[in-house]
Structure formats: C-alpha cells, structure tokens
Design a protein around this ligand. Structure first.
Ligand code: NDP
Ligand code: GDR
Length: 352
C-alpha cells in the first residue's frame, strides 16, 4: 500500500507516518520548503530499522510541495500513484487565522479543492482521500455532545476555511464518486504538540517554572472547555476511516470535556505545585499555595475576537462503525506531556 501524507512534519503527520510504516505502507510525505529544517518530528524515521538504506527503496520518501501549488500537487499524485491520501496540511492555529485570514482560507479551504482536483484529473479512481476536518466547525454551541448531525457555526477564519474543506470533500464524494471522507476530530495533543497551542504551552511552562527557568505563565481564556484526546489514538481513527467499506464522515472524540484551568491545575500538580486561583476574568491569578507566588496570570492579548466556549464530542458512530475508541485518558495525556517537557528542559543546555 502506498500513502501520501500532506502535513507529515506536523504533530499528526509524524504519528500517522509511524503507524502506516508499522503496517507496512510505503509512505510519501509533502514537505514545505523552509529556511531551516522543519522535519524534526519525523527525523527518527530515517534511522528506524524499517527504512532501507538505499534512497530508492526507502519506505518513507519526502517531496517538496505546498497546498497552495496545484501543479505541484497534480504532478505528485501522478508520480506517486497513492492508494490513500491523508490531507493533514493546514495553517492550524485558530488565533493566527485571525491575523492571516486570506492565507488560511487559501491553504485550509482551497488547498483541499486543489488536492481533490489533482485526484480527479489523475484518473486514478481507486485513491481514497482523508480530510482533516475539525470540531472547530461546531464553533458557537448549538448542542452538546456534538455529533455528525449537529449544525456547524464556525467562529474563526480557520473554522470557516475548514468548513469549505469539509463540504468540498463531501461534494467530490457525491459528484465524482471519489472515496473521500472527513474525520471531524476534536482536540488532540501529545508531547509533539506545537508549542503555541495551549496544552503544550502549559506543559512546557510547568516544567520550566518547577525547574526555575521561568517565572510566570501568561494565558488567555481559562474557562474554555475542550474534549482533549491523545494524537496517537486519533491517527488510528484516520486510518480506520479509510478502511471503512464506504466513504463517510465521523466524529472522533473522547466524550469528556475539561477547562483550560483544569489542564493548568493538573500540569502544575504533576511537578509538585499546588495552585489556588484568585480574582475574576482578566485579573485571574494562579498562586502557588506554598510560596504565595503568582505563577499564572491572564493576559487579554491571548483572547480571540470570537471564541469557541465548549467542545464535547459524541464518538458513538466511530465506535460502532469503525471499532475505534481512545485508549489514553486525559490524566495520562497531561502526565506524559509534562514528564516529556521536564526531560526536554533538563536536557536544554542553553537554559543553564
Ligand atoms: P500541525 O500544525 O502540527 O501541522 C500542520 C502541518 O501542515 C505541518 O506539517 C505544516 O508544515 C503543514 N502545512 C501548513 N501549511 C501548509 C501548506 N500551505 N502546504 C503544505 N503543508 C502545510 O497540525 P496538527 O498535526 O495538529 O493537525 C493536523 C491537521 O488536523 C491540520 O489540518 C489541523 O487543522 C487538523 N486538526 C487538528 C486537530 C488537533 O487537535 N491537533 C483537531 C482537528 C483537526 P510545517 O511543518 O512546514 O509548518
Ligand atoms: P484550539 O486550540 O483553538 O482549540 O484549536 P488551542 O490550544 O490554541 O486553544 C484551546 C483553547 O485554549 C484557550 N487559550 C489559549 N490558547 C492558546 N493557543 N494560547 C493561550 O495562551 C491560551 N489561553 C487560553 C483558547 O482561547 C482556546 O479556547 C486546536 C487546533 O489544533 C486546531 O487546528 C484544531 O482544529 C482544533 O484544536 C480542534
């Protein structure tokens, strides 16, 4: 089996590449050219014993490209002749999408169309396509838990771009009979999570503060509630979605929700710090009960023009039809992230 993963250098791309290599796939990845190397999350795969020495026979091959470059995508699909395409590439930061709305629409919305067109024009009618859709489609809360029938109401340029991606995937399935499926994945995290997403920002700060390398953590909305799972479990659902007998759309979630504040409390507990909270709204402060130091403070700079207050998914369809369920709990996720960051900070000689 041959798979093409866009976004292979990201959190999910790296776990998915590992999973597919374990399953014996030949894995191709789309990589953006950048001024310094952006392949940190997948470098270990070159050294892995699964990889043959000679470049030609390598089980993982990287290709330069971009979702904003349609001829590049067309030529890659024609050259690689993949059985499966996982479209994980995106400008994936919700807050950043307010600052770069046009760029985000281009890569996260029209980028999906470019890839679907590349499939259609290639004439390879056996290609299965996975689109990384998101719980951000639900946006303003209409009902909870959110399932495949819950109406969408996106609340950011990112969410709106992903809405186009969702519907164009569905439309190409219905119009051209392409095996094109959406995974509506709720938030998923890991030690490989980008450092400016809230969970990783917190786990790094807890590690640094406990070791004396940082004084305070500044955050935005502490009351936002997310259905957080582990990325490793979630990439398994992507694969299962493409193995299902017919193309369809699936919610992938844990069915439990936690606030940002809960994530903070648990992370600091993991490094032996007990926090109490004082103040309201923007003045809210997290104070170490032993030292009375303010360790966490709300900075309105991290607020979003429009926020998604509550995400809580209902994964029953995925459980029933795909046999998928998450294995790693919220507490285990937080522990793994904080422990991994403690190790990283201890090994970072530049901090000494
Ligand atoms: P990351 O931000 O970690 O990775 C995004 C990837 O997309 C990176 O490899 C990045 O490359 C690449 N990329 C960005 N823009 C382009 C472009 N124009 N052309 C080609 N590649 C590009 O995201 P995640 O791994 O967390 O998420 C994967 C996908 O799933 C994304 O589409 C995201 O929107 C979606 N999603 C994520 C969820 C989550 O909780 N993680 C939940 C639901 C959906 P580079 O390394 O060069 O920056
Ligand atoms: P999200 O993830 O927007 O849900 O999108 P993020 O971790 O950025 O925010 C989660 C919640 O935390 C609040 N928050 C902060 N967020 C960040 N980044 N930084 C802060 O300092 C901070 N303080 C509070 C946010 O306001 C928000 O409510 C992620 C991405 O992976 C998307 O690509 C994906 O589609 C969705 O998850 C599902």
């Amino acid at each position: 089996m041959i798979a093409l993963i866009t976004g292979i250098t990201g959190q999910d791309g790296s776990y998915l590449a590992e999973l597919l290599l374990e399953k014996g796939y030949e894995v191709h990845g789309l990589v953006r050219r950048s001024s310094s190397y952006n392949t940190k999350r997948i470098e270990h795969l070159y050294l892995d014993e699964l990889i043959e020495d000679s470049h030609k026979d390598r089980k993982i091959q990287l290709h330069y490209g971009d979702l904003n470059d349609s001829t590049n995508l067309m030529s890659l699909v024609n050259k690689i002749e993949p059985d499966e395409i996982y479209n994980l590439a995106a400008q994936s930061h919700v807050k950043v999408s307010f600052e770069t709305p046009e760029y985000t629409a281009n890569s996260d919305g029209i980028g999906v169309l470019r890839l679907l067109e590349a499939i259609k024009l290639s004439g390879q009618d056996n290609i299965k396509f996975y689109q990384a859709s998101t719980s951000e489609l639900y946006g303003l809360v209409q009902e909870t838990p959110q399932n495949e029938l819950t109406p969408f109401y996106p609340r950011s340029p990112y969410g709106v771009a992903k809405l186009y991606g969702f519907w164009i995937t569905k439309n190409y399935r219905e119009a051209y009979d392409i095996f094109a499926s959406n995974g509506i994945l709720f938030n998923h995290e890991s030690p490989r999570r980008g450092e400016n997403f809230v969970t990783r920002k917190i786990s790094i700060a807890a590690a640094r503060i406990s070791l004396g390398f940082q004084k305070k953590l500044y955050l935005g909305n502490l009351d936002a509630s997310r259905d957080w799972g582990h990325a490793k479990d979630y990439v398994e659902s992507m694969w299962r979605i493409l193995q299902h007998k017919k193309a369809d759309d699936f919610v992938v979630a844990t069915g439990k929700t936690h606030t940002v504040r809960e994530f903070v409390n648990l992370s600091f507990k993991e490094v032996g710090i007990d926090l109490k909270w004082v103040g309201e709204g923007v003045n809210e402060k997290g104070i170490d009960t032993k030292t009375n130091n303010v360790l966490v403070e709300v900075d309105p700079a991290y607020f979003r023009p429009t926020e998604v207050d509550l995400l809580l998914g209902d994964p029953s369809k995925a459980r029933k039809k795909l046999g998928w369920k998450p294995k790693i709990s919220f507490n285990e996720l937080v522990r793994e992230m904080v422990q991994s960051d403690l190790k990283m900070v201890k090994n970072d000689k530049s901090l000494l």
